[in-house]
Design a protein around this ligand. Structure first.
Ligand SMILES: NC(=O)c1ccc[n+]([C@@H]2O[C@H](COP(=O)([O-])OP(=O)(O)OC[C@H]3O[C@@H](n4cnc5c(N)ncnc54)[C@H](OP(=O)(O)O)[C@@H]3O)[C@@H](O)[C@H]2O)c1
Length: 311
C-alpha cells in the first residue's frame, strides 16, 4: 500500500462530532493523516471536545452545498456519512447528493462514504433508513467519482445508550429486537474507524469495493452472558417481539420529529428482515485478513464504562 498519510494529504470528516465520524477522525489522526472535522456548530459541546483533542474544525452543513464546497477546498479525501434519524429519507438523500456535488466540484481524490450493509438485498422491504443510503450509493456510482463505500452492520455501540445501560446494570436485563435463534453480526465503532483509515490508504481489498463490515457474529444470549461478565452481575436477554417493537415504534413515531419519517415502522421492518436469517452477511474471515485486530464483543465490552453515572 502507498504511504499517503502526510501533511499534504488532508481528509475532511463529516459527522465528526457523532459516533461514526468521531471514530473515523480519531483513527485518521492517530494514523498520521492531517484531518479536519466538519460540523454545523463549531461551538457545540462535541466540537469543543474535538478541539481539545487537537482536531481542526471546519464549518459546514450537508444541506448547504456551497458550505461543503468551501469546507472541502484543498482536501484530498472526504469521509461522508448522512443521518437518517435526524433528517428522514428525503433530506438524507438530498444531503448525500450535496456531498457528491461538493466532492466533485472540489476535485477531491477519494470519497469514502459510510452507508449501511445489505442495501442491495433489502429494496422494497419498507426499511426507509436503508432506502436513502441505497439511492446515495447509486448516485455515487453514476457520478463516476473515485469512491469507496463502507457498509457497516448493526453497531455494538447501539447498546451503550443510557436506557440500555440502566436496564443492563440495574435490572440485569438486555432487551433488543433480534431473536434468540440466530447469530447476528455486529461491528464495533472503532473498527469502522480502522476500515475508513485503510480505505483512505487505498487498501487493495477495500479501495473502490463496496464492502459490508462486521466485527463478530454472536447470538443475543451469548452477548448477554458476556455482558454479565463485563458488568459484574447476571444479565438475561429479553427478545422484543414484533408486537412489542410495534408499541415502541408507535412511541418513536409520536414523539418528536422522527414520527414524520416513519422511523418506528422502518426499524420494525429492519428487525423482521434481520430475524428471518440474521440478515447481515459480511465476510468476517475476509475482513480479518484486512484488519486482523477486529474487536470481539467481549474485548469491546472492556472498553465501556457500563456503570458510568449509574452508581
Ligand atoms: N446504528 C446502527 O447500527 C447503524 C448501522 C449502520 C448505519 N447507521 C447509520 O448511521 C447514521 C448515523 O451515524 P452516527 O450514529 O454516527 O450519527 P450521530 O452519532 O447521531 O451523529 C450525527 C452526526 O451527523 C452530523 N450531521 C447531522 N446533520 C448534519 C448536517 N445537516 N450537516 C452536517 N453534519 C450533520 C452531526 O454533526 P453536527 O451536529 O456537529 O453538525 C453529527 O456529527 C444514520 O444514518 C444510520 O442509519 C447506523
Amino acid at each position: 500500500m502507498e504511504k499517503l498519510q502526510d501533511e499534504s494529504n488532508l481528509i475532511v470528516v463529516c459527522g465528526a462530532t457523532g459516533r461514526q465520524g468521531g471514530a473515523v477522525v480519531r483513527q485518521l489522526k492517530s494514523d498520521g493523516w492531517r484531518v479536519k472535522a466538519l460540523t454545523r456548530n463549531r461551538h457545540g459541546a462535541g466540537a469543543e471536545k474535538l478541539r481539545r483533542d487537537g482536531i481542526e474544525l471546519v464549518q459546514g452543513d450537508l444541506d448547504d452545498v456551497s458550505s461543503l464546497k468551501t469546507a472541502f477546498q484543498g482536501a484530498s479525501g472526504v469521509f461522508g456519512v448522512t443521518d437518517f434519524w435526524e433528517h428522514g429519507y428525503e433530506a438524507e438523500l438530498r444531503m448525500g447528493r450535496n456531498l457528491i456535488a461538493a466532492v466533485n466540484a472540489c476535485d477531491v481524490d477519494h470519497f469514502v462514504f459510510s452507508s449501511v450493509g445489505a442495501t442491495e438485498r433489502t429494496e422494497g422491504l419498507g426499511i426507509t433508513h436503508f432506502d436513502g443510503k441505497r439511492e446515495i450509493e447509486r448516485a455515487i456510482a453514476d457520478s463516476g467519482l473515485n469512491a469507496t463505500i463502507l457498509k457497516p452492520v448493526t453497531f455494538m455501540d447501539n447498546m451503550i445508550g443510557p436506557r440500555f445501560r440502566a436496564n443492563i446494570c440495574k435490572k440485569g436485563k438486555f432487551q433488543f429486537g433480534f431473536n434468540k435463534r440466530h447469530k447476528f453480526q455486529l461491528i464495533a465503532m472503532r473498527d469502522l474507524g480502522v476500515f475508513a483509515s485503510l480505505a483512505f490508504q487505498k487498501h487493495p481489498a477495500l479501495y473502490r469495493k463496496p464492502t459490508e463490515l462486521a466485527s463478530e457474529a454472536i447470538t443475543m444470549e451469548d452477548f448477554s452472558s458476556k455482558l454479565s461478565a463485563a458488568v459484574g452481575r447476571p444479565v438475561r436477554y429479553v427478545f422484543l417481539t414484533r408486537p412489542m417493537q410495534q408499541v415502541i415504534g408507535f412511541f418513536i413515531s409520536i414523539l418528536g420529529r422522527q414520527g414524520k419519517y416513519k422511523a418506528g415502522p422502518s426499524l420494525v421492518n429492519q428487525f423482521s428482515w434481520n430475524n428471518e436469517d440474521g440478515g447481515w452477511a459480511a465476510d468476517i474471515e475476509a475482513l480479518k485478513a484486512i484488519h486482523p485486530a477486529l474487536m470481539a464483543t467481549d474485548v469491546w465490552m472492556q472498553t465501556i464504562d457500563w456503570w458510568e453515572g449509574l452508581r
